[in-house]
Design a protein around this ligand. Structure first.
Ligand SMILES: [Zn+2]
Length: 77
């Protein structure tokens, strides 16, 4: 995986909507100060997006937020 293609977000502020929600990769809650990224999953169950994905065209992908380290193995700071 080419981690340089990922956007690094953070440090997360205490009032960020995902603070207190679990990271899907490790199950630990996001906390203030975390660095995260969005990992693309695919077209989801949207028929038009699936069509576009099958034909190799660009589409808006479903993505999930995970800790930066969970996506890349890289520690922050
Ligand atoms: Zn995580």
């Amino acid at each position: 995986m080419n981690s340089t293609a990922l956007d690094k977000f953070g440090p997360k502020k205490a009032d960020h909507p995902s603070v207190g929600k679990p990271c899907p990769a490790c199950g630990k809650n996001f906390t203030a100060g975390n660095y995260t990224t969005l990992v693309t999953l695919g077209p989801g169950d949207d028929k038009k997006r699936q069509e576009r994905a099958r034909s190799g065209r660009a589409y808006s992908a479903v993505a999930v937020e995970v800790h930066w380290a969970c996506a890349t193995g890289q520690t922050v700071n």
